[in-house]
Design a protein around this ligand. Structure first.
Ligand SMILES: Cc1cc2nc3c(=O)[nH]c(=O)nc-3n(C[C@H](O)[C@H](O)[C@H](O)COP(=O)(O)OP(=O)(O)OC[C@H]3O[C@@H](n4cnc5c(N)ncnc54)[C@H](O)[C@@H]3O)c2cc1C
Length: 345
């Protein structure tokens, strides 16, 4: 009997790979050399050879939160590890393990098919499961961190697989330990702990309005409502290139918030868990008269000022120049610094 584990096939080198259809902005980009990773076991040898050669590298998931340069030097690892499995269930929670390359929205839909409500407010966020913890994706009052139990990743620094607990991941608003340590970890698997106790989260006006007369709303109804609202508000990347919100909502201390409110009584903001205040970046941009503004082929989406779009033929430079104009106007008018949300690779 041969008890040896079958070694995974070495990933095929993909030289000069076009990433134009692998980033939701639709920016023209060529990867010098790419590999599609379909098994964690492919990583140790590959990373060792990349480090030995001393070339730069990065991971690409669904390309929905990146601004890609026209040429990506070094090695690009395209995450394609699949699989989802319920591994434990008791009276309080269900534990689910998911491969980093699974599509996020499909995973959310699958949890509902398995009668595991909880993630429905995060429906229709593009991208992969492995990227979800990187910026701690969030929408409609929920953050993915709340549902994460642990993360399996390959640590390129120590050239070993590690399992990081939720606490190790240092999750914060659109932030994590992974984001703070770029080019170190490759997330291969995410374990989700989904509580059995469930109640709908309808604090956001769009959802509250729809369900005010339906307190017995189901998770599936919330899921469909979230999909509908998002489809109406956000541009479909297949139609017009974009990376969702281009700026984070700036967090200010209460003194600055009160000062701004005195000058701008219509200021849109939300209370923050840490006692600070989160300003609506889209409102700030809109107030600068920039909704629908165009700079060459890059523009501010006409229905939502927080989203920058590629009207066709834009490059990373066009997008970043436009971002710079917006940051300057918001700084000048409100004294607030806007941070770019997507990763500039
Ligand atoms: C229309 C639209 C709507 C959006 N709405 C939301 C929203 O509501 N909330 C929200 O939070 N985000 C939103 N986003 C942003 C985006 O969908 C998320 O950030 C998503 O998690 C990115 O996943 P991805 O697989 O596309 O990552 P990519 O864009 O491929 O990568 C993003 C970053 O993560 C790194 N990375 C990716 N995979 C791995 C991995 N396995 N291991 C290590 N590093 C990795 C990359 O190197 C890169 O730095 C939206 C984007 C679009 C286009």
């Amino acid at each position: 009997m041969n008890c040896a584990k079958n070694a995974p096939a070495a990933p095929q080198p993909l030289p000069n790979l076009s990433l134009e259809d692998k980033n939701t902005f639709g920016l023209p980009a060529i990867a010098d050399l790419a590999y599609e990773i379909t098994s964690p076991d492919q990583l140790p040898e590959l990373i060792a050879s990349i480090l030995k050669a001393g070339v730069v590298w990065r991971v690409l998931g669904g390309g929905s939160n990146v601004v890609l340069p026209s040429l990506l030097a070094g090695t690009t690892l395209i995450m394609g590890i699949s699989g989802k499995e319920i591994i434990d269930s008791n009276g309080q929670f269900t534990l689910v393990e998911v491969g980093a390359g699974e599509n996020w929205h499909d995973f959310v839909a699958w949890t509902l098919e398995q009668n595991l409500p909880g993630l429905e407010n995060l429906a229709l966020i593009p991208g992969t499961v492995g990227a979800a913890p990187i910026q701690n994706i969030g929408a409609y009052g929920a953050d993915v961190a709340e549902y994460i139990d642990s993360i399996e990743a390959f640590d390129s620094k120590n050239q070993a697989f590690v399992t990081l607990s939720k606490e190790d991941c240092c999750f914060a608003y659109r932030d994590s330990y992974f984001k703070q340590n770029p080019e170190r970890y490759i997330v291969t698997k995410v374990a989700f702990k989904i509580p059995k106790a469930w109640k709908p989260r309808l604090t956001y006006a769009d959802l509250a309005k729809q369900f005010s007369d339906n307190p017995l709303v189901s998770a599936l109804e919330v899921f469909h409502a979230v999909c509908k609202v998002r489809s109406a508000k956000l541009p479909d990347p297949k139609v017009i290139g974009n990376a969702g919100s281009f700026f984070q909502n700036p967090i200010v201390d209460i003194a600055q918030y009160e000062n701004l409110l005195a000058q701008h009584p219509n200021l849109v903001s939300y209370p923050d868990a840490t006692g600070t205040r989160k300003l609506a970046a889209g409102w700030l941009i809109d107030q600068c008269g920039l909704k629908g503004y165009r700079s060459g082929s890059a523009g501010v989406y006409e229905k939502q000022a927080l989203v920058l779009v590629n009207h066709g033929g834009a490059t990373a430079n066009d997008i970043l120049e436009l971002a710079n104009i917006i940051q300057g106007k918001v700084r000048e008018r409100f004294g607030v610094e806007l941070q770019i949300e997507p990763n500039i690779l």
